[in-house]
Design a protein around this ligand. Structure first.
Ligand code: MRU
Length: 363
């Protein structure tokens, strides 16, 4: 599988996803400004990948300041975290990851103030802790996605029809390229394939930036999973023809009541699935669940450049100066979600209770 993010020893290496599917280009990110830009421009994208990338961004943004006092250094850590937090608003993994590295840095300082480490050692220790935490997240992401894959594969195995083939539909890209390696929504498909399931995927192309046709179709093909690309407007047709056994998508943020934010167009897929009585599954690592928000109404939705719609396909596709609305995400209400597939197991309604129980259980 392609490696979305890796650490070279001196830089964070990102697969430039703006170039897929025609070019496989890696870029080495060496400071926080480059990381901010890479997240904003979707060089690195997908909620879990954004989080891990930002964690490395913090280390890259402070490593030149090892000669500062511990107080000044920690202030710089906080500033770099605040700066990277402005890159994209919707995926909670970004804030989750920044909060985690910030806490790791402050914990080292707190421990040092009750011990006897000389100040220069404290800053070195904080730097080490930042890099360790980012590296840990990279490794953890693989374990979390694998567990989602195992739980999800059991669910989709139960959908086997008379022919034995299982046809799924997905929207956007919640695959290996949206995480470090396996993916969330595509993990059950990869694990299912390993277990010998006969799987086929409809990939919505996902306008305006075509993550479905450019990225999902690319990675499924690379991994030997049969895939059919459809325009977003064709999902109703394939569902009405009985060609879809289940929908499986990823998420950028799940609210405490089970409302799910994901790539724009997911809401209409969820409504269609309900209409055609097709299960609508959302693969959600617990790092994407935001228990601080009571409902999806509070999830901030990113609005992006109108050019993505008017010039997104390499040519002008709308008249000059026409008004454009370009929200990058939408929110599917919990009542449309058949189940959430987390690394801790499958969670069903009533989500306000089951999600609370999930976080209460340290499994
Ligand atoms: O704008 P993007 O490409 O970052 O949007 C990505 C998605 O909407 C994914 O479905 C979501 O982040 C889940 S990725 C495991």
């Amino acid at each position: 599988m392609l490696q979305t993010i890796s650490w070279t020893g001196s830089a964070a290496r990102l697969l430039d996803q703006t170039k897929l599917p025609t070019e496989t280009v890696y870029v080495d990110i060496t400071d926080e400004r480059q990381m901010w830009d890479a997240i904003k421009r979707l060089v690195v994208r997908g909620a879990p990948a954004i989080g891990v990338a930002a964690a490395f961004g913090v280390y890259l943004g402070v490593r030149q300041h090892a000669d500062d006092s511990a107080d000044r250094f920690l202030k710089r850590v906080d500033d770099v975290c605040a700066y990277l937090a402005t890159s994209r608003p919707t995926a909670v993994n970004l804030f989750w990851a920044l909060d985690r590295v910030r806490r790791a840095a402050h914990e080292i300082d707190g421990a040092a103030s009750v011990g006897s480490s000389p100040p220069c050692h404290v800053v070195r220790d904080i730097l080490d802790a930042l890099l360790n935490e980012a590296t840990l997240m990279l490794e953890e992401d693989n374990r979390v996605c694998r567990a989602i894959g195992e739980h999800g594969a059991k669910l989709i195995e139960g959908l086997k029809g008379a022919t034995g083939r299982i046809d799924l539909l997905t929207h956007c890209n919640a695959g290996g390229l949206a995480t470090v390696q396996y993916g969330t929504a595509l993990a059950p498909i990869y694990v299912g394939k390993e277990k010998g399931l006969d799987l086929h995927v409809f990939a919505d192309e996902t306008r305006p930036l075509l993550q479905g046709s450019r990225i999902t179709a690319y990675e499924l093909k690379e991994n030997g999973v049969p895939v059919t690309v459809i325009c977003d407007s064709m999902a109703a047709t394939v569902m009405s023809q009985g060609k879809v056994a289940a929908v499986i998508v990823g998420t950028d943020r799940v609210a405490a009541n089970g409302d799910v934010a994901n790539k724009i167009g997911t809401l209409q897929v969820a409504i269609l699935a309900k209409h055609f009585n097709i299960p609508f599954y959302v693969a959600a690592p617990t790092s994407s669940i935001d228990m601080s928000l009571p409902s999806g109404k509070q999830i901030p939705i990113e609005e992006r450049d109108p050019d993505e719609i008017t010039r997104g396909l390499g040519r002008q596709t709308a008249p000059d100066d026409v008004e454009v609305y370009n929200p990058a995400f939408d929110v599917a209400p919990a009542e449309l979600v058949t189940a959430l597939i987390t690394e801790k197991g499958v969670v069903r309604a009533p989500y306000d209770q089951t999600l609370r129980a999930l976080f209460a259980n340290p499994r």
